[in-house]
Design a protein around this ligand. Sequence first.
Ligand SMILES: [Zn+2]
Length: 116
Amino acid sequence: MNIEEHELVPRGVCPACLKPIDRYKIIIVKEFPCPHCHQLVGTSILFRVFKRLLTTGLAVTSAFFSGLPLIASIVVGVVLWFVLNFFYVWVVSLVRPRLELFRGKDEDFQTLNLGK
Ligand SMILES: [Zn+2]
């Protein structure tokens, strides 16, 4: 990931053609073609990992400390997870996420140093 290049692109703007993308057309959870230049763009993998950790962590923690029986707390956890995901996507769509060119999974793992 080139940090300097990344910083130059404002939120919600296509990194390929530098045109702003309507927030209703931004798909947060996966890559999508830019409506202007049709390049595949998406939110960063770190962004998505953070979302997953936050929503799963909050849901599991809340269910664990709810004091409900196991089955009930699993149901509560799953429902919370859905609600949190929905809420997160909604909040992010309001502030507009930073977008980067989609480069495929292999490269994403290399930038995170997770691949071996
Ligand atoms: Zn574009």
